[in-house]
Design a protein around this ligand. Structure first.
Ligand code: GLU
Length: 450
């Protein structure tokens, strides 16, 4: 098989959400599994609603998710190609001008429904005479343009849904160009898919109904068999019924990143929800490659609980190796020759990576110890074992403190934790103590900021 070329084609009219991430990741995984290429295509023909800031945030969001496009294109820079394709269709008599207003079409549809007919465009514009056209022109009316569908059954084997078909006789001839000359999504998408050599179109099942029209356009513009393979996956829906919408910003990737959610948790949830593999913490995106198969994506709705993201994110973090977080820790100011012991000591205690900063300060910086009983803390300080401290030091030390002071259980351990870390809870002290070191531990037990 030729290496696949796929595309993710958001319109930059808002921020992408976890449902869009599902589409992007499906494409990415599909391409990477077979050494293929991933194209990011901004569908920005609607210049009123598209914004550069959204295009940029989408690119940042994809990078954060671990998707680095091999190529990025913008439809707004490709109008010449669409104009040429439209002309080709006009020349073939397959793109025809229509003058009906939205109101007129609406009335006609209602009449059809009352008569029990399907509300399909009746192609009245095809019967307009030259005189009619001249009259519309003289009135200054501008046409919209429809693609004349061939009345046949379009069949394809969907990568997710299996054998699929649509009767084109049940469809209205689609409008490709609006009155103001702007393109709707349909034609530019097909023209780009042809021009960029897209081999597989993987997208949400809300696009199934476009497929017959698009396959006809592929065949008209590029010959029989020119259409890529299609795969329509089920859409993510939150179990609370909260819709995912680019406009509302619900569960946007930017928002999740800013909330400190791990990108790998977002990826796991976005990809594995509704698959035969259950959602779990992953160490890298490649881990998803092993089980990824579009054919295994369920056709039922893919419901997920947004609240699951927090715990999945924490579990993801707990299993990451120091190498995987080194660069991000450095951005938090957590940096040193060997961060591995630090990371291994604290990772299972983190909810989000930013919490690591606190424990870095506890180990390497200055904190204000919390001393509840100075006599007890001073006594404990005197009993600290000599350096070097190791993983046994804590139990040896606390055994002595217990013996000397008569304290045990919480009354023994809690004041030591408060003095050594300034915190009520945290990573195991047996692991922390050697990292804090005797000097700091002693100073803190004596109540000194250190
Ligand atoms: N811009 C379209 C969307 O965001 C792309 C659909 C497609 O992948 O063909 O829904």
């Amino acid at each position: 098989m030729k290496a696949p070329i796929v595309r993710f084609a958001p319109s930059p009219t808002g921020r992408i959400h976890i449902g869009n991430a599902r589409t992007a990741l499906f494409n990415w995984l599909f391409a990477k599994r077979s050494g293929g290429r991933f194209v990011l295509r901004f569908d920005d023909t609607d210049q009123e609603r598209s914004r550069e800031e959204y295009a940029q945030s989408i690119a940042v969001d994809l990078n954060w998710l671990g998707i680095h496009p091999d190529l990025t294109v913008r439809q707004s820079q490709r109008f010449a190609l669409y104009d040429a394709a439209a002309q080709k269709l006009r020349d073939a008599g397959l793109l025809y001008p229509c003058y009906e207003t939205a109101d007129e079409l609406d009335r006609r549809r209602k009449r059809q429904i009352t008569r029990g007919q399907p509300p399909i465009y009746d192609r009245a514009a095809l019967s307009l005479t030259q005189a009619d056209h001249d009259q519309f022109k003289a009135q200054g009316r501008k046409p919209h343009w429809r693609f004349k569908l061939e009345s046949k059954t379009i069949e394809w084997v969907d990568l997710v849904r299996g054998p699929s078909h649509i009767e084109c006789a049940s469809l209205s001839d689609p409008v490709l160009i609006r009155e103001d000359g702007t393109y709707l999504y349909t034609l530019p998408s097909v023209v780009d898919d042809i021009d960029l050599g897209i081999t597989h179109v993987i997208r949400g099942e809300d696009h199934v109904t476009n497929t017959a029209v698009q396959i006809q356009l592929f065949e008209t513009l590029s010959g029989a068999g020119a259409a890529p393979q299609f795969g329509h996956h089920n859409l993510l829906a939150s179990s609370s019924g909260e819709g995912l919408s680019k406009r509302s910003g619900a569960l946007s990737i930017t928002g999740l990143r800013e909330a400190g959610i791990e990108s790998l948790a977002v990826a796991s949830l976005a990809v594995l929800t509704g698959s035969s593999d259950s959602v779990h913490a992953i160490a890298n995106l490649e881990a998803l490659l092993e089980t990824f198969d579009l054919a295994h994506v369920s056709r039922n709705s893919a419901k997920f609980d947004p609240a699951e993201l927090d715990s999945l994110s924490a579990r993801t973090l707990h299993a990451l190796e120091a190498e995987a977080v080194r660069a991000r820790l450095a951005q938090l100011g957590v940096t040193g020759e060997d961060i591995t012991p630090f990371w291994l000591a604290v990772r299972s205690n983190l909810t989000s990576l930013a919490d690591a900063k606190l424990w870095w300060t506890v180990i390497h910086g200055e904190i204000t110890p919390v001393i509840e009983d100075a006599d007890f803390a001073n006594a404990a300080a005197e009993l600290l074992p000599p350096e070097p401290l190791d993983q046994h030091s804590w139990s040896q030390w606390t055994a002595k403190v217990k013996e000397t002071t008569g304290r045990k259980g919480k009354a023994l351990f809690h004041p030591l934790r408060l003095a050594l870390t300034g915190q009520d809870q945290g990573p195991e002290l047996a692991v922390l103590l050697p990292l804090i070191g005797k000097l700091k531990a002693s100073a803190r037990l004596h109540g000194r900021v250190s």
